[in-house]
Every structure is written in structure tokens, then in C-alpha cells.
Write a protein that binds this ligand. Structure first.
Ligand code: AMP
Length: 182
């Protein structure tokens, strides 16, 4: 895998131009990065998947794990690009078969994520994908969940990284790659 940021600045600028920033959503003080405007752009969506995928060229990835809900917009396309399977990590009580669960801290209280116990075979190479790396709480919980199933984490990939929140610090054991930094 190559180091962070092989992506051309012109591509980054184009993709950033397709992302809508919505101030004060869902609550005052949050600048929300709306990627629906990127997803609907045929060239932008392709460039996003191609550029993220280029970072993992040559890496043996068995499954791409997507984090509910916005991770699902990118993870299956990444799985297709890398010739891997797709595994959804879901909010509680959505998966029908036996699950492993993980609790994680939110700003106020805790939340939980779940995966089917048989979704990842021990030793499989797993890439975790989400839309935004903010505080890193969600992604580090998913990494712990993958480790509970004895998956081997190839890396964590994000379309957007909010660098001022230092989410990477929670993921220091792993290769963390983001396409666009704010
Ligand atoms: P965190 O656990 O703090 O890293 O938050 C990551 C999750 O929250 C991601 O799945 C994002 O979808 C969402 N998220 C956090 N902050 C933002 C933001 N400013 N704009 C859009 N999505 C966000």
C-alpha cells in the first residue's frame, strides 16, 4: 500500500467541490459534510472509488466492512473494485442471525454496533470503509469488532477526514487513509 495522499490536488479540489457543506446540521455548531451531492455525480463517484481503491492496489482484501449507514454508499463499490466481499456492520437488532456486539462511547452515553458472527472468517483480510472520520470513536469500535472475529485489518479508509478532531490517534495501530482532509 502506498503512503497517505498520492491523490492529485486537482482531483481533491474537484471532489471537494462536489461535497455540500451544511452548517448547523444536525445541531448548532456542526458543519455537516453532505456526500449525496458527490454520489449523484457520475464522474465524481467513479473518481472517489478509483482514488480510494488505488491506495489498496495490490493489497489482498477478502472483505470490505461498511459502517451503517453512510459507509454503505461506498463500501460495496470498493468491494467490487477490489474483488472482495462486503460485510455490513449494523446498528443493534437489525441483523437476523447470531451477532457479536461492541459498545462505544458517544458524546452523551453509549451506542452499539453489531456484525454477524460468521461474517468474517478468522484470518481474513478486512478493509473498513466509512464516509467520514471524525473523532474516530465509531471506526475504532468497528476495528475492535473485526478483531473479536479474528479478522486481520488491512486498513481503514475514509472519503473525508476531519483532521482537527484527531480521530487517527484512536486508530494508531492501523493504516488509515483518507481522500479529502478538512
Ligand atoms: P466519529 O465516531 O466521531 O468518528 O463519527 C463518525 C461518523 O459520524 C461517521 O460515520 C460519519 O457518518 C458521521 N459524522 C461525524 N461528523 C460528521 C460531519 N461533520 N459530517 C458528516 N458526517 C459526520
Amino acid at each position: 500500500m502506498s503512503a497517505q495522499a498520492p491523490i492529485a490536488p486537482s482531483v481533491q479540489d474537484r471532489l471537494k467541490g462536489l461535497i455540500r457543506e451544511v452548517p448547523d446540521f444536525p445541531k448548532p455548531g456542526i458543519n455537516f459534510y453532505d456526500i449525496t451531492t458527490l454520489l449523484k455525480d457520475k464522474q465524481g463517484f467513479r473518481e472517489t472509488i478509483d482514488s480510494l481503491g488505488a491506495h489498496y492496489a495490490g493489497a489482498a482484501v477478502d472483505v470490505v466492512v461498511g459502517i451503517e449507514a453512510r459507509g454503505y454508499f461506498f463500501a460495496p463499490a470498493m468491494a467490487r473494485a477490489l474483488g472482495a466481499g462486503f460485510v455490513p456492520v449494523r446498528k443493534p437488532k437489525k441483523l437476523p442471525h447470531t451477532v457479536r456486539s461492541i459498545d462505544y462511547e458517544l458524546e452523551y452515553g453509549t451506542d452499539q454496533l453489531e456484525v454477524h458472527v460468521d461474517a468474517i472468517e478468522p484470518g481474513q483480510n478486512v478493509l473498513i470503509i466509512d464516509d467520514v472520520l471524525a473523532t474516530g470513536g465509531t471506526a475504532s469500535a468497528v476495528a475492535r469488532l473485526v478483531r473479536l472475529l479474528d479478522g486481520s485489518i488491512v486498513g481503514l479508509g475514509f472519503v473525508i477526514e476531519l483532521t482537527f478532531l484527531n480521530g487517527r490517534q484512536k486508530l494508531a495501530d492501523y493504516d488509515v487513509f483518507s481522500l479529502l482532509q478538512y
